[in-house]
Design a protein around this ligand. Sequence first.
Ligand SMILES: [Mn+2]
Length: 428
Amino acid sequence: MSKCLRYYDVPFVVEFSRPKKPEEIAELSKEEYELFIFLDQGTAQLETIHKTLLAKHRDVLIVDHHPGDVYEHPNLAILNPHAIGLNGAKDVSASSASYALVENLDTHFRSLLVAALVGAIGDRQEFFSGFTGVNDVLYKRAADLGLVETREGLRLVGRSFRPLVETLKLSVRPYIPGVSGSLTGSREVLDEMELKHSILLDQISADEESALRDSLATRAGQAARSQEFFHTLWGPIHKPSSELGMVPLSLREYAALLDACGSLDKPEVGMAVFMGDKLAFQEALTILTSYQEEMLRVIVRLLEKSSSAREYQNFRALEGDDRVRVSLLGEALSLLIESGLVPVDRPVIVYAPTASGEVRVSARSTPALAMAGVNLGSALKACAQAVGGVGGGHDVAAAARIPPQKVGEFLAILDEHLGGRHEVHAAG
Ligand SMILES: [Mn+2]
């Protein structure tokens, strides 16, 4: 969207935020801008946007892929896949939707297909079987235009820019037991295969790469002998035909780079990379390393906690703590699931106190559970509201913030809600 505005010489200001709260949107209405664009949010906030911005006849554009009721208003343009019968949770990310919009303005924006797919991958919309829906259309278009090339391989971060021993040691997707976080373990794997520690993953032969895959899988042991682990470790690697920085990255690595910048409160660095800033690229790579190191600490902490996971009839709950960065717990849970280290026969949640005195809840399930009717977004929204908190999100990934004294009550209500007994009432 920024590239589009810049191309047409439209001055603009970008602000990165979580979905805005009502009072923050009210604050926004004091700004003198002619147009407000909400990306990857806005649908769930439409009522507030209506009362504040639209009521003052300010122009609003919403490009979003979260579910919610939409309606027409003379000052509002909204593009949301859910409003036209598509599934925003798996077929369209906010970046795919933004891309669709700018491509309709001018086909020269087609080079941005790469950015659209990075967004879809970052939103975990690339499945074992590939992309679906709009994302699949965009992927095929990118491949046809020669913008992206795909081959099978190890889907680790750092293929072209880190010594292989570091690539292994820093791997969080998947988390490889005995290797991730362990320099000794990573060295042993390479020594057994007589591979140099300093070689790049991009430099080894295809045979060596599949042998490395097998030895990583063996080392990871029983816990990682799952479909999830295998497909997270090995699969299609998409490489763009032109690079944004000094080293070639796969689309998945770009997604990891952006996610790292966002998670460590430097989203503007990730954006600068995509706007073509080469200096920012170097900084982003450094942030990526810090992020992976931090994520390893969170994962290890969560793994320690997973032995004491509480089993409810309709979900499993891990209690985190504030010894690690609480904002990374949801992503850590996703990574543990993808690494086959947390079973997903039912949804899993993790909760922990935040610095602001609330309890943050992150919930994850699978497309299979979503197909069976489990909707975490609506469940967390209803159950958080029932205890005086806020929540929402997609069917397979959602989050909530609740008052600390209401945790027990929230968990009980959530169990009832997910069990299909939708009468939400206070416990007791
Ligand atoms: Mn999104």
